[in-house]
Design a protein around this ligand. Structure first.
Ligand SMILES: Nc1ncnc2c1ncn2[C@@H]1O[C@H](COP(=O)(O)OP(=O)(O)OP(=O)(O)O)[C@@H](O)[C@H]1O
Ligand SMILES: [Mg+2]
Length: 441
């Protein structure tokens, strides 16, 4: 028989044992749960099972509202890699046109829209050109787009693909545009300001720098760029206009690989070409844009029909004037006309043959003042070139001053002019001579 104290001790002992057993059972359960958890998730990952069809984890790889983007759960290895890749591209805006197929419709919205043609053209394309794509660009686009697995034809069959195709076309257009030459027009109001001297030296300096440069002498019927470069070309622009030779066949090579398309001397068809003749010529010149980095066009003085057509198509104009009021006044008239036919054209002014810096700056200030006052805008000053006797010596030698007298003040000044930044961006999304032909209509 247990007394009161012995009974109490026995009861305490039993309770302690029960508590210890319960504690042990709890620990065992916890351990089992821990072991079971990773096995479950591994099973789901390998089998692609679990909640795969649920709205939270779309099988097309679109990101879900979950913190992990729905990528870590319920996907097979390949899906997981693709999903991660796609999400990485989406986040960086790097989704390529190939990944924008109709099967990836959900991802399409995540892609930042590519630049619209307006935006691409914003600072180089004339206003009248911002709406459409020319036939020739469309042709080029088709040619370039063809190797990507016939994407063009599939786009035509499905309306759902239209926006994707649009994006592709814009991308390809942008790439194609970067492959045609930049074009710089060199013009003046008054004759004899030094356009041809500056054009030939500038083209030569750029060619020496390693650019593929073409100089076109567009001085209708009174050409002399070939004389300044010491060349005797058998063919000229007139032959190209008549169709006797192709534009490529008419080119001759000058120093540093510079190519020249000479202007005709005394040819009636060049002095007063009809609209049809000019159109034929512009069409013939168009392929040259594919062969060069930079085309420098040396115009005749004034506002001839062909000069205005060029100005309407150009992104960049280098306007040459002298410091005298007559040259300034004619230069102002040309500037005004250029802006009228092409409000987006970028114009830089060179004051050539100036006796000294003060007179050059006076001339610039007058030009700028009048332009601001009457037009509300003005060109930018590229620089001034001093009157220098070495220029006429170089003409006599038929060797441009930057080669024959590189240390002269005029050669150094022209070298600074040749570094004018906008010439490095003088490109449009439509080929130059396609636009010039449009301007003729
Ligand atoms: N910076 C200069 N210093 C001295 N003489 C110059 C300078 N620039 C040009 N000349 C001279 O001016 C004359 C005209 O030059 P150029 O033929 O280049 O002018 P142009 O504007 O092309 O003429 P045109 O309107 O007839 O095409 C040339 O005899 C040339 O030697
Ligand atoms: Mg000239």
């Amino acid at each position: 028989m247990l007394n009161r104290f012995q009974f109490a001790r026995l009861r305490g002992f039993r309770r302690g044992k029960k508590r210890a057993a319960a504690e042990e059972a709890r620990k065992r359960d916890e351990e089992k749960r821990r072991e079971a958890a990773p096995q479950r998730s591994l099973t789901r990952e390998v089998e692609g099972g679990g909640d795969r069809g649920s709205p939270e984890t779309p099988s097309n790889g679109a990101t879900s509202g979950r913190a992990d983007g729905g990528i870590t759960d319920g996907w097979s290895g390949n899906e997981r890699i693709e999903g991660l890749l796609r999400r990485h591209q989406e986040q960086r805006g790097l989704l390529s046109p190939e990944t924008l197929g109709p099967e990836n419709g959900a991802t399409r919205e995540a892609v930042p829209p590519p630049p619209t043609s307006d935006r691409v053209q914003s600072d180089v394309v004339p206003v009248e050109d911002s709406g459409g794509t020319s036939t020739e660009v469309a042709e080029r686009t088709r040619t370039v787009a063809a190797p990507d697995g016939g994407a063009s034809s599939s786009a035509a069959t499905s309306a759902a693909d239209a926006s994707t195709q649009d994006q592709r076309v814009r991308l390809v257009e942008g790439l194609a545009a970067t492959s045609t030459a930049r074009v710089v027009c060199i013009a003046s109001g008054k004759g004899g300001t030094g356009k041809s001297v500056i054009a030939s030296n500038l083209a030569l300096l750029r060619a020496r720098r390693g650019e593929r440069v073409l100089l076109i002498d567009f001085d209708a019927g009174l050409a002399n760029a070939h004389l300044l470069l010491g060349l005797a070309p058998p063919h000229d622009v007139g032959h190209v206009m008549e169709g006797t030779v192709s534009a490529r066949e008419a080119l001759v090579e000058g120093p540093h690989g510079l190519k020249l398309l000479a202007g005709g001397v005394g040819r009636q068809c060049l002095i007063d070409p009809t609209r049809r003749e000019l159109d034929r010529l512009f069409k013939a010149l168009r392929p040259l844009e594919d062969d060069f980095d930079l085309i420098v066009i040396d115009h005749g003085a004034g506002l001839s029909y062909s000069t205005v057509a060029h100005l309407a198509a150009a992104s960049t104009l280098l306007l040459v004037t002298n410091h005298e009021v007559t040259a300034l006044s004619d230069g102002y008239a040309l500037y005004k006309r250029a802006k009228l036919v092409n409000p987006e054209i970028r114009v830089g002014l060179v004051v050539n043959r100036a006796p000294d810096e003060r007179l050059a700056m006076d001339a610039w200030n007058r030009f700028r003042g009048a332009s601001h006052k009457f037009l509300g805008h003005a060109p930018e000053l590229i620089g001034w070139v001093p009157a220098d006797p070495v220029i006429s010596q170089a003409v006599q030698l038929r060797k441009p001053a930057v080669l024959s007298f590189p240390e002269s003040a005029a050669a150094k000044a022209i070298t600074r002019v040749a570094a004018w930044g906008p010439m490095d961006h003088a490109r449009t999304t439509t080929p130059f001579y396609v636009k010039a032909r449009r301007a003729l209509r």
